[in-house]
Design a protein. Sequence first.
Length: 168
Amino acid sequence: MTLEEQVGEILARHGLRLAVAETTAGGLICARLVSVPGSSRYLTCGIVAYSREAKQDLLGVPDAVLSTSGSVSRETAEAMAQGVRKAARADIGLAETGIAGPVRGRSPKPLGTAYIAVSLASATRVREHRFTGDRTAIREAIAEAALAALLAQLTQFEKGLKGVRSRL
């Protein structure tokens, strides 16, 4: 079973709604999610917020975060995940931001740097990654890592539910 199938199964089983914000992956995460029949039960929206303005206007990423930490940062990924979750009124927000190259732009971070965030109402978790390869390989690795991070969070969520039930 693929990552997107596993994610979809858990989301559907618990009636959870997911919203996704992408930059570097450029829609690859959503494309993988919607490849699963029935994904409309749990995927509310996907936003490719490539520009600074889109991050601010669509996702509510504060200018101060972008000015201080940069577009490719832990803080921006966190704000994107929280922003897409709130904007879509979803239970979970998934976001990524990174540098796929071949040009690094203004960021001092190395090519292949990416931040992936999963946001629930209770907490947002962000992880830094370093991927290698060409632009396509990096973008695909970001999508894979984002789905894996989401699956890990959902699996932890399910284990917590089982623990609560066993104490009742």
